[in-house]
Design a protein around this ligand. Structure first.
Ligand code: KG4
Ligand code: ZN
Length: 347
């Protein structure tokens, strides 16, 4: 059994984890920078990379102590090298390269999105997925986060993009609507909580891109919410906040579910997975679980700790790459975007 140290610093979460060759997480430590960016209403790249550089090495030390391991027992270092904020990625890559050189451990760069796609197959002492990763596995993944909203078909580690957002990611829409409702940043989880006290039918918000196959779009939905809030006085807005949150969330989740159902009817996958920060949303989790049960489909949704950005998914994706013979050397670079060869696109 091999062990991989994963390092994730692509945006504003500093995360490290140790995962074995079956995708079992031995330990994970993550440090959120939310409070440091909150007053600016979004991630400030300079603040993010400065904090990664302060937090990362001490976090690796704490992780090894927690797992009662030393570098001698680590077989691979996996680090996110794309896509993400350039400065933040560079901090993770420099630390990974340094540790790899000092301790003579192979290094592999990982696409953050591949990490999200593989996250539903992670296990730990508290959680085992209903289906584990295996050769030839064929599935369909809805990956929804603050930076991305896409549907992928996968056959093992080969990924085809079936549809993607034409503008905002759904998590971005959650964050912008949360801001309009005075919920702070990032507001997805707070909006989810507020919506539990609201009426999802109070406002009729659009279900976007209905006749556009597997294309997604969320800027129209966000603008529709803005138009409603602009017409309300501060007192009215305050009174109707929960209804607006619930109605927006319902429209966003309905749209995602329609697209997921369409993709499943077209591709007939063995397994369906939901991943990324927005898959932490309680309404989306409920709708997807209920639909899969009715349709007798196998659906995997990871626990929330593996939905949002985390290093376990990076360690696991790196392990699978390494098992297929991939490693990187000191020329590994940070790329703000995915490389053209990372995914195939269905047209
Ligand atoms: O995957 P992630 O941690 O980072 C990116 O790769 O973007 O996703 C973060 C996004 C944010 O937009 C955040 O507001 C959203 O996930 N999010 C949620 C919930 N928890 C996090 N959105 C809706 N409901 C939630 N419970
Ligand atoms: Zn992410």
């Amino acid at each position: 059994m091999s062990l991989t140290l994963g390092i994730e610093t692509s945006c504003d979460d500093t995360s490290v984890a140790i995962v074995d060759s079956r995708g079992h997480v031995l330990a994970m430590l993550s440090q959120s920078q939310d409070l440091k960016h909150q007053e600016f209403g979004g991630v400030v790249p300079e603040i993010a990379h400065r904090n990664h550089s302060l937090a990362l090495l001490p976090l690796v030390d704490q992780l090894l102590t927690k797992a009662q391991l030393t570098f001698k027992q680590i077989d691979l270092i996996a680090v996110t090298n794309r896509p993400g904020l350039q400065g933040s990625l560079i901090v993770g890559i420099i630390v990974a390269k340094t540790l790899s050189q000092i301790h003579k451990i192979p290094l592999v760069g990982v696409n953050h999105l591949e990490g999200h796609i593989l996250a539903p197959f992670l296990s730990d002492d508290q959680f085992t997925p209903i289906k584990t990763w295996q050769p030839g596995i064929r599935g369909l993944c809805l990956a929804v986060s603050g930076g991305h909203s896409s549907l992928y078909e996968f056959i093992e580690r080969e990924y085809t993009v079936l549809g993607t957002t034409q503008d905002d990611a759904v998590g971005e829409a959650f964050d912008k609507v949360a801001k309009l409702l005075g919920l702070g940043w990032p507001g997805g989880a707070a909006l989810d909580k507020l919506a539990q006290n609201g009426n999802p039918k109070a406002f009729e918000f659009p279900r976007t891109m209905q006749n556009k196959g597997l294309m997604l779009s969320f800027s129209g939905l966000k603008s529709a919410v803005l138009r409603v809030t602009e017409k309300l006085t501060p007192v009215e807005l305050n009174d109707q906040r929960a209804d607006i949150a619930a109605s927006f969330q319902e429209a966003a989740c309905d749209t995602l579910m329609q697209k997921l159902a369409l993709a499943v009817s077209l591709k007939k996958p063995q397994i369906i997975t939901l991943t990324g920060g927005v898959s932490a949303n309680s309404r989306l989790r409920f709708l997807a679980t209920d639909w899969a049960r009715q349709q007798k489909l196998m659906l995997l949704i990871p626990p929330i700790r593996y939905c949002t950005d985390n290093a376990a998914m990076i360690a696991w994706a790196g392990t699978l790459k390494w098992q297929q013979g991939h490693t990187d050397d000191l020329s590994l670079f940070a790329s703000p975007a995915s490389l053209s060869g990372d995914f195939k696109f269905e047209n």
